[in-house]
Design a protein around this ligand. Structure first.
Ligand code: AMP
Length: 207
């Protein structure tokens, strides 16, 4: 099954993607993670991506599409994949249509007003990648899953998040209509506990 997870920054795509990939035994492909890996390793793609990510802007379509196309050609994608954070523009969606067929697009829907608090309070485990929220950490900075140290993503500050949300509304939100027209859109209420949202998604996908 080839699946896209659509949703605003902070809607919980990454959290759900890890669990969905395990359930359906397909690779979880996050363009944000690919860019962060490249930034950490100071590759040319990483240097370029950083200049956009730091400003809350999208990395140019041409670069992003190439990375995804090459990733989807890998052997582990033969039985399906889960895309998290791609496509983010109609241009990217059109490019993807040219090299892969999508079975389902899950739109994780969270009221825009809740996203700023969700993202600025987010702390990510440097070891296993699990996302947490300061409200549930009781002052500790340790991952409940693996004991790793938690960090705040450089682009999770209020100013950059504001720009990312604007970019989402103007460039990514129109993708829901794009996939609705194709008859593959499944909109799921993303407001709730992680397990609850996971159940809602799998119920729709299992059908
Ligand atoms: P994420 O981890 O999905 O929140 O992505 C972090 C940042 O990486 C975004 O704010 C963008 O700057 C960049 N990025 C991730 N995916 C894409 C994409 N599909 N197109 C353009 N930029 C992207």
């Amino acid at each position: 099954m080839n699946i896209i997870l659509l949703g605003a920054p902070g809607a919980g795509k990454g959290t759900q993607a890890v669990r969905l990939a395990a359930r359906y035994k397909i690779p979880h492909i996050s363009t944000g993670d690919i860019f962060r890996y490249n930034i950490k390793n100071q590759t040319p793609v990483g240097m370029l991506a950083k200049s956009y990510i730091d400003k809350g802007q999208l990395v140019p379509d041409e670069v992003t599409v190439r990375i995804v196309r090459e990733r989807l050609e890998m052997d582990d994608c033969k039985n399906g994949y889960l895309l998290d954070g791609f496509p983010r523009t109609v241009e990217q969606a059109k490019a993807l249509d040219g090299f892969s067929a999508i079975d389902a697009v899950v739109n994780v829907d969270v009221p825009l007003g809740k996203l700023m608090k969700r993202i600025t309070g987010r702390r990510v485990c440097g070891k296993c990648g699990e996302s947490h929220h300061v409200d549930y950490l009781g002052g500790k900075n340790v991952c409940a899953k693996c004991g790793g140290e938690l960090i705040q993503r450089a682009d999770d500050n209020e100013e950059t998040v504001g720009k990312r949300l604007d970019v989402y509304v103007s460039q990514t939100a129109p993708l829901a209509a794009y996939y609705e027209k194709k008859g593959v859109l499944l909109t799921v209420d993303g407001d709730g506990e992680i397990e609850e949202v996971f159940e809602r998604i799998t119920e729709r996908l299992d059908k």
